[in-house]
Design a protein. Structure first.
Length: 212
DNA sequence: TTAGGGTTACTC
DNA sequence: GAGTAACCCTAA
């Protein structure tokens, strides 16, 4: 993830819109002769992106080298490549490697040299370890299936795993281990742990379909 | 915030 | 191509 020559320089701009209301726009220069505009407000899905940029700009570095930001801990979540340990030799077959996601036009990357590429790497791409599964199982034992946010706060507080990740992983575990038919799984789990998953699957059956 | 369908990258 | 696993998307 190496990109050079991109600098973010914040320029706040107050403007009166056609609706008579004042809008606060944020422009930032990319240092390569181009400028991007980021309107604050009237966005939803891209809020994380906007917050990231704002945090960047209002942090200690008003003019920040993007490369440096991407490679340091200034804001680790959305852009760092956390896939490194995914490529270790112990990796088994199946599963996924680096994955891509649609790039948001709000994302500064959109204006970079990947501008023509609609995709960039996804956030985590990190495979679950047996140890993580063990912790997840412990969490489900305590909280049951559903309160993933509580589980996240208690057991995965400093982890990259989100509540949704936990939910998805549990669903995958059930798909792999529910019932007595042993499917081919790519992550080896100790038999007692597998038994525990099966017990919990019985104790906390997966909720019924929400729709359809 | 959560459930569940969908998508995608990967291995066999 | 099938199966797996991680992540995305969105209704509720």
């Amino acid at each position: 993830m190496v990109r050079t020559g991109l600098f973010l320089e914040p320029i706040w701009q107050e403007e009166q819109g056609l609706d008579g209301l004042h809008h606060r726009d944020l422009l930032f220069s990319l240092g390569n002769g181009t400028a991007c505009e980021l309107e604050i407000g009237n966005y939803r899905a891209q809020q994380d992106d906007a917050l990231w940029i704002l945090q960047l700009l209002e942090g200690p570095r008003c003019e920040a080298d993007l490369d440096e930001c991407l490679s340091c801990d200034l804001y680790p979540a959305p852009l760092l490549d956390t896939n490194a340990h995914h490529q270790i030799e112990h990796r088994k077959s199946g599963g996924r490697g680096p994955r891509k996601r649609r790039i948001s036009p709000w994302d500064p990357m959109f204006f970079g040299k990947w501008g023509n590429d609609k995709y960039i790497r996804r956030k985590n791409n990190s495979r679950w370890t047996a140890e993580e599964v063990k912790i997840l199982v412990a969490g489900v034992s305590e909280f049951g299936v559903g309160p993933w946010t509580k589980l996240k706060k208690k057991y995965f507080k400093s982890s990259i795993r989100t509540a949704v990740n936990l939910k998805d992983k549990w669903r995958n575990l059930l798909q792999s281990y529910q019932g007595h038919l042993q499917k081919k799984t790519l992550l080896y789990l100790d038999p007692p742990l597998v038994e525990q998953i099966r017990d919990l699957a019985v104790k906390h059956p997966h909720p019924k379909r929400k729709y359809k």
